[in-house]
Design a protein around this ligand. Structure first.
Ligand code: ADP
Length: 326
């Protein structure tokens, strides 16, 4: 295997707070080991258009505290085609990039896996998504910050919900995963969470009405994961309005504010550790793996596992929420 001299780094798909801390860690660890680093802008798009710049240590100064990603991110249809990926490979050769570090979610790592296999490129992925839906790591970069943002918002909604004795459905992100909704509900003292994982098993609204909602409570807050499977907060509010006429129902959709903000301490540390481990992994001849942390130890998860497996929701968390919301 040829030795790696130059690493390309990109952020792709949905942005997440802490991506900058990861970019910084990858860049500095690579330079520390005598490697050259190139920043690729706008995800896979930049690999196709050649929007690439050499990164020195100063290029990543003063970014650890910034939300978003200084490399920008994008969704790139062309990279889904063999022709698009062939152009990306040519760009890599022209730029002298020998290996790639991809920071992103499920889709981005799927792209990395296909690209790495097609052209035999050493490729390492970092889990960057607020949804925490990647298998093989306890947490993903951005998840903790998004959870804290949700707490801030729900605490404020609680003030007004209590004053008016209302039932609030608060929609949080989590396309296919209920981690933000479930842990957000536990941490904010919400009465229930409606999550995609349970959608086929039970009618979560009826469960909530039966178990959680008490007339004696002067307000209730239910967190709903935004997902095609749940139908989102509006769907539940409509159902309550039509069936339980005496409830005063309101909806708040938190939306993109969940992606923003300065990363939490936990996300900065996670991103720094994962970023450093990405370079160590490449130097150690690891290929096509996502770096994760499980039980506070760095782990290498083959792309195939990280992408294909669903990360399970712990039943214990569901029970905690149920018991604490009586
Ligand atoms: P995320 O990484 O946040 O899950 P997306 O699912 O939008 O975001 O994926 C980000 C990008 O990764 C896509 O725009 C595309 O360029 C690339 N990608 C996703 N899936 C594939 C695939 N099956 N083949 C090639 N590239 C892919």
């Amino acid at each position: 295997m040829a030795t790696i001299k130059c690493i390309g780094i990109l952020t792709s798909g949905g942005d997440a707070p802490g991506m900058n801390a990861a970019i910084r860690a990858v860049t500095r660890t690579a330079i520390f080991h005598g490697l050259q680093v190139k920043g690729i802008y706008r995800g896979y798009k930049g690999l196709i258009t050649g929007e690439i710049a050499e990164f020195k240590s100063q290029n990543v100064s003063n970014i650890i505290q910034l939300g978003g990603t200084i490399l920008k991110t994008a969704r790139c249809k062309e990279f889904r085609t063999p022709e698009g990926r062939a152009i990306a490979y040519e760009t890599m050769q022209r730029e002298g990039i020998d290996a790639l570090v991809v920071i992103g979610g499920d889709g981005s790592l799927t792209g990395a896996r296909i690209f790495a296999q097609e052209f035999n490129i050493p490729c390492v992925g970092l889990p960057g998504t607020i949804d925490n839906d990647l298998y093989g790591t306890d947490s993903t970069i951005g998840y903790d910050t998004a959870l804290n943002t949700i707490l801030d918002a729900v605490d404020k909604i609680r003030d007004t919900a209590t004053s008016h004795e209302r039932l609030f459905f608060v929609e949080v992100m989590g396309r296919d995963a209920g981690f933000l909704a479930l842990n957000g509900a536990i941490a904010s003292g919400a009465e229930a969470a409606i999550i995609p994982e349970f959608n086929t098993e039970v009618d979560q609204l009826e469960e909530f009405i039966k178990n959680g909602y008490r007339k004696s409570k002067n307000s209730s807050i239910v967190l709903v994961a935004e997902s095609e499977l749940t139908g989102g907060a509006m769907h539940y509010a409509e159902r309550v309005k039509n069936k339980y006429l005496d409830y005063d129902v309101r909806v708040t959709i938190l939306g993109h504010l969940q992606r923003g903000g300065s990363p939490s301490a936990q996300d900065r540390i996670l991103a720094s550790r994962l970023g450093a481990a990405a370079i160590e992994a490449l130097l150690d001849d690891q290929r096509n793996v996502m770096i994760g942390i499980v039980h506070d130890e760095i782990v290498y998860v083959p792309f195939s596992k990280a992408i294909k497996n669903d990360k399970p929701i712990k039943a214990e968390l569901v029970n905690v929420l149920r018991a604490l919301s009586i």
